[in-house]
Design a protein around this ligand. Structure first.
Ligand SMILES: *[C@@H]1O[C@H](CO)[C@@H](O)[C@H](O)[C@H]1NC(C)=O
Ligand SMILES: *[C@@H]1O[C@H](CO)[C@@H](O)[C@H](O)[C@H]1NC(C)=O
Ligand SMILES: *[C@@H]1O[C@H](CO)[C@@H](O)[C@H](O)[C@H]1NC(C)=O
Ligand SMILES: *[C@@H]1O[C@H](CO)[C@@H](O)[C@H](O)[C@H]1NC(C)=O
Ligand SMILES: *[C@@H]1O[C@H](CO)[C@@H](O)[C@H](O)[C@H]1NC(C)=O
Ligand SMILES: *[C@@H]1O[C@H](CO)[C@@H](O)[C@H](O)[C@H]1NC(C)=O
Ligand SMILES: *[C@@H]1O[C@H](CO)[C@@H](O)[C@H](O)[C@H]1NC(C)=O
Ligand SMILES: *[C@@H]1O[C@H](CO)[C@@H](O)[C@H](O)[C@H]1NC(C)=O
Ligand SMILES: *[C@@H]1O[C@H](CO)[C@@H](O)[C@H](O)[C@H]1NC(C)=O
Ligand SMILES: *[C@@H]1O[C@H](CO)[C@@H](O)[C@H](O)[C@H]1NC(C)=O
Length: 499
């Protein structure tokens, strides 16, 4: 009991020290492993159309940084893992990198952060010994250019280095990494930077063998009896994301770092997967990302730090069709290469980001299980007095199939609802209809209110991007390692002898 009190006292102290110094935001990661990577000007047009104000690049591609100039979009650039060893071993290499990739573009391009490497401790453990030096050298170069206050330096970590992450109060970092993590956290603390953390409830769920309920991973409401309670803190956890972020706060606290904020540099859900990835679906991806965006922008914070923003970069803008690995690896994107949304996020009321969330993109559909006679009566009314053109429902028409009262009623209800300007009460039909955000269009049967493919697409005829840096993002897929990385690891192992 005494120890619990001590723990609680300690927690209260810890809780008072992480401060919210800016509003929560949603950003988006931009991977470029696409066979037809859009030109930087097209990428930027999509970002603008979607009101995406924060992005992370996996490199410092000159074309992208030029296209981003004077847009006001805030950018995290990255030192690719391939360049880490050189930068971590030579402050002049680091200074050159900052000069070419940051100073050359700032302030026209609003670079606000530098991600040094990507999941280095887990993806490239042999580079771990130079990681902190790389952070310091990059930071020193920013100091020399008087940019260290505007531009923060950090390194994205995989949440898999946090062990025993539930209950969060007992989480700790894999202690064999402490020789890197302690100086790294000191660096983040002394430079006023933040912990970059990649949080993938999808993988936690997949690897849990059924222990983690899908709803808990997707932020769906849980019965209070199903909420996970941390027995030490009595905090209730309603989703994996919060539990993971709090595990990171606790793991830092156990190393005596209590004032370093967390920014989630990657989180998302794949919309398609192989046969053994049954929960990589459009519905789950939409549910996860929609709920994540609402959760972050609502400034709910986490149970440990309520109200403290956990800004988050969604993984990722585009589906990357040339990524190796399982099918899910190619399907984390919000958009395809043409800028068409893979799904329409359910973001009613969350406002500004992803403007083409089509907050108002609603349809009117017959309710599941509605009484057939009432449906038929409502359908007859819509096609008669309601003045809906029901000819597409005739045999041979585009909406004849499936020939069910339910499907035909949905077509007629939705058309009526849009004819009436979606006025309140126009999607009721004596209680057999309801508003939905799922587009009921199928095949050539296009429903009123649907975008078709026009909605968010930007000009796609321009030439594809001529990459100007060596840094296409790593062909890494979490849980596996590509051959180029294996080669790199081998060469690092060799050069490690000389460190
Ligand atoms: C690199 O470090 C050396 C030794 O600490 C120092 O003299 C030199 O000025 C540094 N160079 C740069 C570019 O920061
Ligand atoms: C970059 O964005 C930040 C946050 O909005 C803003 O405070 C800063 O003035 C911007 N810097 C430049 C150079 O535009
Ligand atoms: C901890 O990190 C070490 C070194 O990277 C690794 O070999 C070990 O498997 C990790 N332990 C766990 C439990 O993940
Ligand atoms: C954290 O601080 C406490 C009290 O100052 C100290 O006893 C403990 O050894 C420190 N822990 C670490 C990991 O540095
Ligand atoms: C947003 O937060 C408020 C209280 O802070 C809460 O009542 C509301 O349910 C939250 N909305 C969402 C969508 O999480
Ligand atoms: C949605 O995207 C289109 C095309 O890019 C754009 O014209 C429109 O303004 C956007 N809608 C909103 C609400 O931003
Ligand atoms: C959605 O509809 C509401 C009222 O119907 C309107 O105020 C708002 O501007 C619309 N939003 C968009 C993005 O069209
Ligand atoms: C797409 O745009 C074209 C031309 O602007 C228009 O004719 C067509 O009706 C649109 N399609 C949909 C589904 O909105
Ligand atoms: C798309 O871009 C090309 C080349 O920049 C231009 O010629 C063409 O007119 C554009 N098409 C549309 C529909 O904007
Ligand atoms: C791509 O770069 C190469 C070499 O710099 C150049 O010859 C070529 O014209 C570029 N292609 C495009 C489409 O810009």
């Amino acid at each position: 009991m005494a120890s619990l009190h001590l723990l609680l006292a300690f927690l209260l102290v810890a809780a008072s020290t992480v401060r919210a110094d800016q509003d929560a935001f949603i950003g988006v990661n931009i991977g470029t492993d696409l066979s037809d990577m859009p030109h930087p000007t097209q990428v930027v047009a999509l970002l603008k159309a979607q009101n995406i104000r924060h992005i992370r690049l996996y490199d410092a591609d000159r074309g992208m940084l030029v296209a981003l100039a004077n847009t006001g979009i805030q950018v995290i650039v990255s030192v690719p893992n391939e360049q880490l060893l050189g930068i971590g071993q030579s402050n002049s290499t680091a200074a050159k990198w900052v000069s070419n990739n940051v100073v050359a573009h700032y302030p026209a391009t609003n670079i606000t952060g530098i991600a040094v490497g990507s999941e280095v401790l887990t993806a490239l453990p042999n580079a771990a010994p130079v990681l902190v030096n790389a952070l310091r050298f990059i930071h020193s170069a920013l100091v020399a250019s008087n940019l260290d206050r505007q531009i923060k330096v950090s390194t994205p970590l995989s949440s898999s280095i946090i062990l025993d992450s539930f209950p969060p109060s007992q989480a700790f970092f894999n202690s064999s990494l402490n020789s890197v993590l302690v100086p790294m956290l000191s660096f983040l603390q002394s430079t006023g930077s933040y912990l970059m953390l990649n949080v993938y409830p999808y993988y936690d769920y997949m690897q849990s063998n059924g222990v983690i309920p899908l709803d808990y991973a997707l932020f769906k409401p849980l019965l209070p009896t199903k909420e996970a309670v941390d027995a030490n803190t009595l905090l209730h956890y309603t989703n994996v994301f919060d539990a993971t972020v709090d595990a990171a706060y606790f793991a830092m606290a156990f190393l005596n770092f209590t004032n370093i904020p967390v920014v989630v540099t990657e989180s998302g859900w794949p919309s398609k997967g192989d046969s053994n990835e049954r929960d990589a679906t459009v519905d789950n991806a939409n549910t996860y990302n929609s709920n994540l965006i609402r959760h972050v922008l609502n400034k709910t914070g986490t149970p440990k730090h309520p109200g403290i923003a956990v800004s988050t970069y969604i993984y990722e803008l585009y589906n990357e069709d040339t990524k190796p690995g399982p099918l899910s690896e190619k399907n984390w994107g919000l958009f395809d290469a043409n800028g068409n949304p893979v799904y329409i996020l359910h973001l009613t009321g969350s406002g500004l980001v992803l403007a083409n969330d089509t907050t108002n993109q609603t349809y009117c559909a017959a309710k599941e299980g509605a009484d057939q006679k009432m449906l038929q009566a409502a359908l007859d009314w819509a096609c008669g007095a309601g003045k809906v053109d029901c000819s597409p429902l005739m045999q041979g028409g585009p909406c004849y199939e499936p020939d069910t009262v339910m499907a035909h009623a949905t077509y007629a209800f939705d058309t009526y609802y849009h004819q009436m300007g979606k006025a309140p009460g126009t999607c009721d039909f004596n209680g057999v209809a309801a508003i939905t955000t799922s587009n009921p269009s199928h095949g050539s049967c296009i429903f009123s209110g649907s975008f078709g493919r026009n909605g968010t697409s930007v000009n796609v005829t321009a030439p594809s991007m001529n990459s100007t840096s060596s840094g296409s993002p790593l062909g890494l897929w979490r849980g596996g390692v590509s051959t180029s990385i294996l080669l790199l690891i081998k060469s690092l192992a060799l050069s490690a002898l000389f460190l």
